[in-house]
Design a protein around this ligand. Structure first.
Ligand code: 3PG
Length: 306
């Protein structure tokens, strides 16, 4: 059994050695493809692999069709918008993710970006504090829940909106649940995005929604760039000089944003939310264990496709 790690953005060394231990203890062989530059390399690597551990690597129909021996692909992380689930099913490949394993890392970065923004990107001028300010968490999943925990430590007033959770489930954690995204953006000067990129959410964070935020608004994006309308956030930031935007997912219009909104916009150069030794180890080893348990015992917990 060949288990391929295919990661454009490599795991930390300790995560790789942890994965190797799990894979080799099961009697399987580990194969590594990192920092690949051509799709061809990925197509060649999947051709004789039985299982794969990936991150945001694009597993589209072409890649999945080329994976003739593949039985399982595990996305070491949460979002799976990079995988064509239908093509996986058509090729009889099970797809899983590892929910929650990198959530704390992403949440810490969200608050880190908030501090960076309110301290004027550390340019030495007088900024503001997070304490006492209202933070809206847009989608209260594993990352959102960790953001709430950390934000409470900062002394923030935490609100959340999640269409898939009952208000009681949110409120029992000391977070104020609101009934709609509109209510969240109206109430909160800070909003942290944690929605997945789906057909319904793409471009859903638009001028109308962002325009509801109170004065001196800050939008923090550690989710996906696709959920924000790039054209509309430009228009909004042109109209509202008090609006700031920090993101861990470089938008398509990064050059325009940088030029137009100096001092109000920041993007990390490469998505870095889950780039910690701990998150890599947690997600990578969980992925390896899920592969072994699926192949040896048929365990399909965390399966995403039908
Ligand atoms: C996720 O969906 O788990 C995060 O966005 C992290 O993605 P990454 O593994 O590509 O860093």
């Amino acid at each position: 059994m060949k288990v391929l790690i295919a990661t454009d953005k490599p795991f930390a060394a300790e995560a790789k050695s942890g994965i190797r231990d799990v894979v080799e203890k099961a009697g399987f062989e580990l194969v590594l493809l990192e920092k690949y530059t051509e799709k061809r390399q990925l197509l060649d690597a999947v051709a004789n692999a039985d299982a794969a551990i990936i991150r945001s690597d694009i597993f589209d129909k072409e890649v999945l069709d080329a994976a003739k021996n593949m039985k399982i692909v595990v996305r070491a992380g949460a979002g799976f918008d990079n995988i064509d689930l239908e093509a996986a099913t058509a090729n009889n490949i099970c797809v899983m993710n590892t929910p929650g394993q990198n959530a704390n890392a992403v949440a810490e970065l969200a608050l880190g970006l908030a501090v960076y923004a309110v301290r004027n990107f550390y340019n030495g001028t007088s900024g503001t504090e997070l304490m006492g300010k209202r933070l809206g968490i847009h989608a209260y999943g594993n990352v959102g829940r960790n953001v709430a925990r950390i934000a409470k430590g900062f002394g923030m007033e935490v609100y959340a909106y999640d269409p898939f959770l009952a208000a009681e489930a949110i409120e029992k954690e000391g977070v104020k649940a609101v009934a709609s995204a509109e209510d969240l953006y109206t109430a909160c000067r800070f909003v942290s995005l944690h929605i997945p990129a789906t057909a319904e959410t793409k471009n859903s964070v638009n001028y109308a929604l962002l325009g509801r935020m109170p004065e001196n608004a800050l939008l923090i994006n550690t989710a996906r760039k696709e959920v924000i309308s790039e054209a509309e956030i430009v228009k909004l930031m042109e109209d509202r000089k008090d609006f700031r935007y920090v993101t861990d997912i470089m938008p398509g219009n990064h050059a325009e944003m940088t030029e137009k909104f100096a001092g109000r916009y920041f993007s990390t150069p490469k998505k870095t939310g889950a780039q910690t030794a701990e998150a890599n180890t947690n997600a990578g080893i969980a992925a390896a264990n899920q592969i072994v348990d699926f192949i040896k015992n048929g365990n399909e917990r965390f399966r995403l496709n039908k």
